[in-house]
Design a protein around this ligand. Sequence first.
Ligand code: NAP
Length: 330
Amino acid sequence: MWVFGIRGRSGFSSNNTAEDVTKGIDGTGLTAIITGSTNGIGLETARVLALRGVHVIMAVRNVRAGEKVKAELLAKMPDAKIDVMALDLNSQSSIRKFVELYISSSLPLNILVNNAGINAPPFTLSEDGIEQQFAVNHLGPFLLTNLLLDTMKNTANESGIEGRIVNVGSALHAYGYKEGIRFDKINDEESYNPTDAFGQSKLCTMLHTLELARRLKEEGINITANSLHPGIVATNNMKNHGTLNKFMLVAGKLVFKNVQQGASTTCFVALNPKVKGVSGEYFMGNNLKHIKATTSMAKDPELAKKLWDFSINLTQPQAQNQIQAQLQPN
Ligand SMILES: NC(=O)c1ccc[n+]([C@@H]2O[C@H](COP(=O)([O-])OP(=O)(O)OC[C@H]3O[C@@H](n4cnc5c(N)ncnc54)[C@H](OP(=O)(O)O)[C@@H]3O)[C@@H](O)[C@H]2O)c1
């Protein structure tokens, strides 16, 4: 458990929990999708948003695990509204199927938490033939968000309540490949470095948020988009790091944030009224970190536009057969 913390302007510090930062907030009537909510930060986010009355849609790749988690949560919170839906961010067809089902359910959507992520696996291609960290940590959430945007806009218009898109990033966005995003080498197995590719994917999260927020503002849409670093949290996220993972799960539990603290910034950005109207920003430790304080690449509007166009191109259904050719160096 993380014990240090200086209270910031929000009145909270990095050792506050998700329950602390949402205390007294009534989320009844709101609906949130949380990706990767079977364990870790996503599970705690789902639990606390449901505790506050939000109708939580757990978007998970393992539906059986999701149903088990749902049953456990309902046993402790019988009045909670929780549903489980299948979503594999490693597959664009799964993302499209999820959104089709969601739209056909006619549910509103106030909050989208893009939480699911993988950390430093060996080089692997997604179902669509794209390097997996770029696909799961960036392209999947990018496509999911774009496909859900009309539903979120309708909800915001009809309810008059600000919609919120919360992208769970990482401070490691500053420690990827030195070129930042290697547009022409995404699928280059030879020069692939698992931790640099993780940093690259989280730099994409920062830039996705920046350009999305700019577009939402430009169109005058009542939806905000923000990114955040949850802190170093003892979860399964480091399972590809061998010894470091063992350390995280044993000693890390005593030193680093527990999930209650690890999910706090996500819940703060998703639900707390203090964040109203703030968009295109970066949060850490339950406070505004300021996009200005990040690296030059993470706040570069031109790079953000370039990534947006690149990502649109890679998520067109008809582009699938050209993807591999585009991502390999010549
Ligand atoms: N823990 C940290 O110290 C830390 C630090 C910085 C940033 N973060 C970020 O925080 C977020 C949550 O991480 P965590 O620490 O809670 O890790 P975690 O315990 O490993 O949880 C990750 C979640 O993502 C899901 N997921 C993985 N691949 C997916 C896919 N293809 N489609 C749908 N869901 C998928 C996992 O589902 P399965 O259970 O099916 O694998 C799991 O529910 C991630 O974005 C991570 O990068 C974490």
